[in-house]
Design a protein around this ligand. Sequence first.
Ligand SMILES: Cc1cc2nc3c(=O)[nH]c(=O)nc-3n(C[C@H](O)[C@H](O)[C@H](O)COP(=O)(O)O)c2cc1C
Length: 422
Amino acid sequence: MSAKVDDFRLNLGGAEYVPIVIGGMGVDISTSELALVAARNGGIGHISDAMSPFVSDRKFDTKYTKAKSLLNRASRDQIDKTSVRFDFGQLYEAQRGYVENTIGRKQGSGAIHINVMEKLQMGSPSETLRTRLEAAMDGGIDGITLSAGLHTSSLRLIKDNPRFHDVNIGIIVSSLRALKIFLRSGKRVDRMPDYVVVEGPLAGGHLGFGEDWAEYRLKDIVVEIINFLRDENLDIPVIPAGGVFTGTDAAEFLQLGAGAVQVATRFTVTEECGLSPRAKQAYFAATEDQVEVSSVSATGYLIRLLKNSPAIGSNIKPQCEPLGYNLDATGNCSYIQAWDNTPVGPDGKKLPVTDKICICYHFSKHNVWTCGHFVYRLKDTTNRLPDGSYQLLPAEHVFNDYRYSTDHEIQLPPLPAAAGSL
Ligand SMILES: Cc1cc2nc3c(=O)[nH]c(=O)nc-3n(C[C@H](O)[C@H](O)[C@H](O)COP(=O)(O)O)c2cc1C
C-alpha cells in the first residue's frame, strides 16, 4: 500500500496541520464555507480577497459597489477611465468585515488564510495592497498568501502592523528566480516568508508561465526550490500546487520533502464552492479537448479555462465605475481598448470582443470557467444521477479523500437517499 497524506504533518508558525491547503479561488469561488471545512478538519483553507467590496455586498447586503458607481458616474459613457477611483476607507471596511466574519466562525485546529493578488491594482497599486493586507491582518486572518505578482514591496508596506511577525506570510512562485527576488525584498525588512507555494503549469487560475508553459514540470521546480532552501539553511516549508489530483499524488510530494500540497480543482465541484450550479456541472462534464491555456484575461497573464466559458466572445461594456479592480496605475485595463476597437454589427450592437474579456464583470458572474488541467477527471470522482447530472460532493468528503486514500484510488461519495446512479 502506498503512503498517504495523513502520515505527514505541516509545521507552520508553531502549529501542526494536516498538510492539505485548499488554494484561494477568486471571486468567492473558495468561499468562507469551503475554507471553514479545511480548518475544521485540521488543514488550511483560503478565502480570496478579489473584489471583496463586491463579495461583501452579495454576502452581507452592504452597498459598496453602488456607492463606487455613484462616485465615478462621470466616466460612465466615456472610454477614458483614468478618473475612476476607489474609496480606500470603504475597501478597508469591506475586507476587514469579510475576514472577521469568516474567522469568527472558525472551528477546529486548522487555519484560514487569505489569497492576495498583487495584479489587482485598482488604479493605485500600493494603496490597494496596503489597505487589503492591513485589513486582513486587523480582521484576524491566520495567514496571507501573496499571489499574482513578485510582491517586492508588499512586506515593506505592512512592516509596522502589530501582527507583521505573528501572521503567517507565504508567497506563490512558479520559479526559483521569482523566489529569490522575493527573498531579497524580505531581507530588507528582516522578514522571511513562512511558506512558499510552488505553482506549476497545470494549475487553475492565472499562470506564472509564458507560452512555453508546457515545457515545465512541477516536480522539477519543487525539487530545485527544496534543494536551494536546504543549501541556504532556510527552514521554509514548500507547498507544491497544480495537478495534484489524488491523495497519492500529494503523498508523493510529501515524501520528496514538501511541507504540504495546495489543491483547488477537486474542490470546485463541492457543495461549499461558490461557483454556480451550471458551472459546477460544466466542470464535471468537461472533456480534455475543452481545456485551454488562453490569453483572453485582461490581467496580461495566461489563464487556463474551459473553451465553453460563457465569458468568451461576450461584448459587455467595460464595468470600471462599479468594479474596475483590474485598472492599472494609469487607470487602464486592456479590455477597455479591446472593447473600443471592436466594431458595431449590422444590428447596431458591438460584435463579440474576441481577444480579451472583462474579468471584473465575468468573474463576478462566474462566467470564466477557470480550472486546473485535470478538470476532465472530475467526472470520475462522483456519481452520475438518474437525471444525467453529476452529484455534488461535500468538501469534507474531498478533503478526507486526499487525506486518507492510497494507490491513486478515489472514493466516490455515498449516493443521496432515494437516488440510483446511471
Ligand atoms: C477556479 C479556480 C480559481 C482560482 N483562482 C485563483 C486566484 O484567485 N488566485 C490564485 O492565486 N490562485 C487561484 N487559483 C489557483 C489555485 O489556488 C491553486 O493553486 C491551483 O489551482 C492548484 O492546482 P489544482 O487546481 O490542479 O489542484 C484558482 C484555481 C481555480 C481552479
